[in-house]
Ligand binder design. Structure first.
Ligand SMILES: Cc1ncc(COP(=O)(O)O)c(/C=C/C(=O)C(=O)O)c1O
Length: 350
């Protein structure tokens, strides 16, 4: 029947005090084999397509839990800072729960698709003249001083919901992969995956945990540099974050899993986005391709062991940010009068 991630993994979720589930049927997303990418990486590669969630990103997994808890707490409004996908998801799930979404966005740095989502769901949208980190500081202050629930990934219920992606991967593959690669911004998602894999290895069907490979954009890589980045810059606006709220947890996931957190350039990110679309038929927004870009770079430098089973999470749907995707496309469209012969001729069909 109609179910989301809470119903599917209810016995592993903190349901205390929650009796109404706010859900849009999130989760159960495709785990797509990527043979072309596997060939290049000399690995067995699967892509976890999180853009297939109801609002087009992995945030929905966390939002169903955070919104259900906010409803249980009697909140009338929720607040979040966002680079776009959290606000899109919070707006949808808050509307579903008849709560007022308040979203704080870095002025002028949000992809059009994501802004459109917050607008149509009727969120109170405030563009802050600063970056995501400034927005998060304000959101946390508001939640601390006013009766609104904070639904950023510092909210543990977000992490609880997002860990379900690891469960799905293990349930599908029969065990954990050797390596799990994904983008890292505010670092909630890598924290959630690691938690899920640990839980499933402790008392679930997994016999081991994977190495966590996180990738940041070179212009927004505080976890690689070892210090905050005051003015993060990247075309991958979703991960244009300089002070990751879950940074210490991400470093723990890296160390405890014998993994790594590295950075990739905007060029590498956009090349990976184009590769995925052209060679595997998977269209993701720029930040989502950071994991693919990172693995390609590791292979290039001889730092990727061969023959591994690798899962790469691509975090958001390509439709969120079509301007960036189209900004580089060499392929031009062709116009022709309405005649089959003309079209056939254009296509070289004789
Ligand atoms: C497409 C996409 N890919 C990767 C990330 C990084 O995840 P985290 O490391 O858990 O932050 C985000 C994050 C977005 C926000 O932080 C927000 O929407 O406010 C994203 O939208």
């Amino acid at each position: 029947g109609f179910f989301g991630v809470i119903e599917r993994y209810r016995d592993r979720m903190p349901m205390e005090g929650i009796d109404t589930i706010v859900t849009l049927g999130e989760g159960s997303t495709p785990l797509v084999p990527a043979p072309v990418l596997g060939q290049v990486l000399d690995a067995e590669v699967y892509v976890k397509v999180e853009g297939a969630n109801p609002t087009g990103s992995f945030k929905d997994r966390g939002m169903t839990m955070a919104m259900s808890k906010a409803l249980a707490d009697g909140s009338k409004a929720v607040v979040c800072a966002s680079t776009g996908n959290t606000s899109a998801s919070a707006s949808a799930y808050a509307s579903r729960a008849h709560m007022m979404p308040v979203v704080l966005l870095p002025q002028g740095k949000i992809a059009a698709g994501k802004l459109a989502q917050a607008v149509v769901h009727g969120g109170r949208i405030i563009q802050v003249q600063g970056n995501f980190d400034d927005c998060l500081t304000i959101a946390r202050d508001l939640a601390a001083n006013f009766p609104v629930s904070l639904v950023n990934s510092v909210n543990p219920y977000r992490i609880e919901g997002q860990k379900t992606a690891s469960f799905e991967i293990v349930d599908c593959l029969g065990d954990a992969p050797d390596i799990h690669a994904l983008p890292v911004g505010n670092a909630g998602n890598i924290t959630a995956y690691w938690k899920g894999y640990q839980e499933y290895a402790a008392d679930g069907p997994a016999t081991h945990t994977p190495r966590m490979f996180g990738f940041q954009a070179a212009g927004a890589a505080p976890l690689v540099l070892g210090h905050d980045v005051e003015n993060p810059e990247t075309v991958a606006t979703a991960i244009r974050i300089g002070k990751p709220a879950s940074g210490s947890k991400a470093l723990a996931a890296r160390d405890d899993s014998n993994g790594l957190i590295s950075s990739v350039t905007d060029e590498q990110i956009l090349d990976a986005q184009a590769f995925l679309a052209a060679k595997e038929g998977i269209f993701v927004e720029p930040a989502s391709a950071a994991g693919v870009a990172g693995l390609l770079a590791l292979k290039q430098s001889g730092d990727l062991p061969a023959g591994q089973r690798i899962v790469i999470t691509v975090t958001g749907n390509g439709l969120k940010d079509i301007d960036t995707a189209l900004s580089r496309t060499e392929l031009s469209t062709e116009a022709v009068e309405p005649s089959t012969d003309r079209v056939a001729a254009l296509l070289g069909m004789h």
